[in-house]
Design a protein around this ligand. Structure first.
Ligand SMILES: [Zn+2]
Length: 118
């Protein structure tokens, strides 16, 4: 797999976890839980910065734009030819077999960055 794509998938996972923790923290009324969640968030923010530093700035910019637009899943999996970001089938022959996971490919419908399960 393209290493940049690999980092983008990790970044997307971390951003999803961060969103979940944020809403958990907002929901929780108990201070002790709030502190615990905050500590976890801080750990993830550190990991996130680490990964962001490894990603090509142009690509990162693209990712941030998609993430801002959809709030989640800026990087989507393709399953049976369907983008799992917008659940639209990709046109057949949209992507050459050899380009899958080797090039940065975006969904023609929603614009999310795509990856294939190997
Ligand atoms: Zn899509």
């Amino acid at each position: 797999m393209n290493i940049q794509l690999h980092y983008l998938i990790q970044l997307s996972d971390l951003d999803t976890q961060l969103e979940e923790l944020k809403s958990e923290r907002i929901r929780s009324k108990e201070e002790s839980i709030g502190f615990r969640v905050q500590a976890k968030e801080n750990e993830i923010i550190k990991l996130r910065e680490n990964i962001r530093n490894k990603i090509d700035p142009e690509l990162l910019n693209k990712y941030d734009k998609i993430q801002k637009r959809y709030k989640m899943r800026a990087v989507a999996q393709v399953n049976e030819g369907v983008c799992y970001g917008c659940f639209t089938a990709l046109p057949t022959s949209y992507v050459a077999e050899s380009d899958k996971n080797n090039k940065i490919i975006t969904c023609p419908n929603c614009g999310r960055i795509l990856f294939w399960i190997e």
